[in-house]
Write a protein that binds this ligand. Structure first.
Ligand code: HEC
Ligand code: HEC
Length: 196
């Protein structure tokens, strides 16, 4: 009890120090903007990914983006490129980047609508897989449920196939669902979601 006043007196000084000396782990807005430059080389300067197999991350939900970065860092989601990139990220970096990209505007990639045959197949699969219960009736998602409407077709197909093959390991639920569907259903779903 006797040393309590001393600690109380030291507190304001500590608080001051904490304010004036940014710790290396904490990332300010400028810092994040700089870190996001690295991402632009693949995910696009203006939000359009440079390769068709790369996902759109502009305007994706913050909670979802953060979880993916965390999973890449921990190796729970495997991808050589992203595992390397996330490896040295602090929690603050990941939170900051997730917030930064979630605030950008989703880019309309103007992908063609699914053919009537594919749309019919996709709608049947959506009912069977209850996709809307998590991704929403329009596929817009929220929080940790990703937006899938308007995502790049090639990427959607690849990642659904990865879930199905259980090479994308970070959501066993999505793996179980895709395993109840046929490979052609995944093709139809990718076209349908991309073209919405
Ligand atoms: C050299 C290219 C490259 C760079 C640079 C890059 N990424 Fe990626 N990113 C990818 C690829 C490829 C994937 C898809 C991985 C897969 O298929 O599983 C991906 C996936 C992601 C995902 C998952 C998206 C989703 O819909 O699941 C997030 C989030 C992400 N990247 C964020 C970032 C951030 C933040 C940076 C910068 C710090 C970055 N990426 C830099 C290539 C890159
Ligand atoms: C119980 C909730 C739930 C249901 C039902 C569900 N999903 Fe998902 N889905 C998720 C979650 C959560 C994720 C993110 C997993 C992660 O963190 O990696 C996801 C991921 C995805 C992705 C990857 C998105 C990206 O950017 O990488 C696609 C594509 C997808 N779901 C499509 C579907 C389709 C199509 C159906 C129906 C056949 C479906 N989902 C049913 C919850 C669900």
């Amino acid at each position: 009890m006797s040393h309590l006043p001393l600690r109380a007196a030291a507190l304001p000084l500590l608080a001051l120090l904490a304010q004036s000396t940014p710790s290396p782990a904490s990332a300010g807005a400028e810092d994040i903007e700089e870190k996001a430059q690295v991402c632009a080389s693949c995910h696009g300067e203006a939000g359009t990914p440079v390769d068709k197999s790369y996902p759109l991350i502009w305007g994706q939900h913050q909670g979802y983006l953060y979880l993916q970065l965390r999973d890449f860092k921990l190796g729970q989601r495997k991808n050589e490129i992203m595992n390397g990139i996330a490896q040295d990220m602090s929690r603050e970096d990941m939170m900051g980047l997730a917030e930064y990209f979630s605030k950008k505007t989703w880019v309309n990639l103007n992908q063609p609508r699914a053919s009537p045959e594919e749309a019919k197949r996709a709608e049947t699969a959506i009912t069977a897989g209850q996709c809307s219960s998590c991704h929403g009736a329009e596929g817009l998602g929220d929080s940790t449920n990703p937006r899938i409407a308007g995502q790049r077709r090639e990427y959607i197909l690849k990642t659904l196939q990865d879930f199905r093959a259980r090479t994308r390991t970070n959501n066993p639920w999505m793996s179980d669902i895709t395993n109840t569907l046929a490979p052609e259903d995944l093709e139809a779903l990718a076209s349908y979601m991309a073209g919405r």
